[in-house]
Each structure stands twice: as C-alpha cells, then as structure tokens.
Design a protein around this ligand. Structure first.
Ligand SMILES: *Cc1c(COP(=O)(O)O)cnc(C)c1O
Length: 228
C-alpha cells in the first residue's frame, strides 16, 4: 500500500515537473511520517524513500532512535520551542521551521561536535497571518543573514505553509511570493538551494511555482489518527 502510494506521488511530482518544464530531479520528496510508527517508515524505506519529516519532537526522537541503523535523513517540520532545541540538535539532520534568531542560536550552540552542521530552512509566513508561525517577509532578509553566520548551522533555504487555497491559481500566488523571496536572498549572495513548499493537496501548484522540496504525508501514508 505505502509502496504504491509512494509511486503515485513520484508520478505526480514527475508530471508536475514536466508540465512546467522543470527537471524531475529538481524536486525532492520529503515523506511526512508524523503519527505513523517505525513500521510504516520502514515500509517506505523499503520502497526507496530515505528522507522523512516529523512534527512532534518526542515522537520523532523515538522513531529516529529505533531506526538509527537505516541511516535515514530526518527533517524537523514542526514548531520548535526553546526547551526542545537540544533534542532537535542532537537527533535531526534538518530543521525547516527556524523563525527566530534565538532558536537558531540555540540549535547552533547545542549541535553535538561529532555531527555535521544542522541544515536549516527559515520558515516564512507568506500570507502574513498574525497568529501563524514563520517570519514575516519584511523581516526575513535580516533573520536569514544572521542565521547564515552561525557556525554549526548551514542555511539551505526557506520553508512555507500557506493557508490552503481554493484553487490552483490562488495557491500559485502565495507559492510564487515565497519563490520571489528565495530568489531575492540568492541575489544577495546567500546561495540557498532549498525551497520547501507543497503538500499532498497542493504539490502541483508548488512545483509550478518553483518549489524544490514537497512535504507529503497523507498521499503516502494515508489519513492520520491523532490520539484523543
Ligand atoms: C503534516 C504536514 C505536512 C504533510 O501534510 P499532508 O497534507 O498530509 O501531505 C507537510 N508539512 C507540514 C509542515 C506538516 O505539518
């Protein structure tokens, strides 16, 4: 089941790349395994998937530890509070949700010496909703410049989670705004290679707008069941 769903998602990514004249290898698939167990992750791995995204730190650390022998790559895509930065710095390869300098500084300070720098995306609040996480577009360049200076972090790009749009064109407006911010930082010389946007329901619009990484949960693992 997971294998055939993964194949269907890869086909969608491929078709979306072709439709917008992009190379299919230009988009990475991150499998979002939150709420699913090591067994499902292993099943996806057996079908060739090696990069996984997790939202909840404690839950993720259990899975990462249980599956350490597989050498998977783990991305933190959930909010990171100050009291969780040490766990994140110890266990994850990537953090896509940095939206404050303080969190970035803690991750850099707490990254264990034996590990490579932690790979980071700054989360940007492209629709500028007041209650949402992510840095506002106006504050992004200053934060990105500061994050890029931290010794034990490697700034790789931007991540965004816009509100679900009612149609393809509306989704593209927000995704293209993120792409514009990404391009502007690169013009400044930051050398970013990752623009993480697009999920199960809107990956086509994200790819058409220049996403380089889609984060897909439901379309691979099925519906999630949260504990009551
Ligand atoms: C859960 C989640 C996803 C995956 O969403 P689906 O709609 O299940 O594909 C992607 N990104 C983030 C940040 C998430 O929290």
């Amino acid at each position: 089941m997971i294998q055939s769903r993964l194949e269907a998602v890869r086909d969608r990514i491929h078709a979306a790349c072709v439709a917008s004249g992009r190379a299919p290898e230009s988009v990475t698939l991150l499998a979002v395994s939150k709420t699913f167990g090591p067994h499902e992750v292993q099943e996806a791995f057996a079908a060739g998937q090696c990069t996984f995204g997790e939202n909840y730190i404690q839950e993720a650390v259990q899975k990462i530890t249980a599956l350490a022998h597989l050498n998977l790559q783990w991305h933190c895509i959930g909010p990171v509070q100050s009291n969780k930065t040490r766990l994140v710095a110890q266990h994850f390869d990537w953090v896509q949700t940095v939206d404050r300098l303080k969190i970035a500084q803690r991750l850099s300070e707490q990254r264990p010496a034996g590990l490579p720098p932690i790979q980071v995306c700054v989360q940007v609040n492209v629709d500028a909703g007041p209650t949402k996480s992510g840095v506002l577009p106006a504050d992004l360049p200053a934060l990105a410049r500061e994050v890029a200076k931290l010794p034990r972090l490697s700034l790789r790009g931007l991540m965004c989670i816009p509100e679900p749009a009612s149609n393809f064109v509306a989704a593209c407006v927000l995704f293209k705004r993120a792409r514009g911010l990404f391009d502007a930082l690169n013009e400044e010389g930051l050398a970013l290679d990752t623009l993480s946007m697009g999920m199960s329901d809107d990956m086509e619009a994200a790819i058409a707008s220049g996403s380089t990484m889609v984060r897909v949960g439901t379309a691979i693992f099925g519906g999630r069941h949260y504990p009551a």
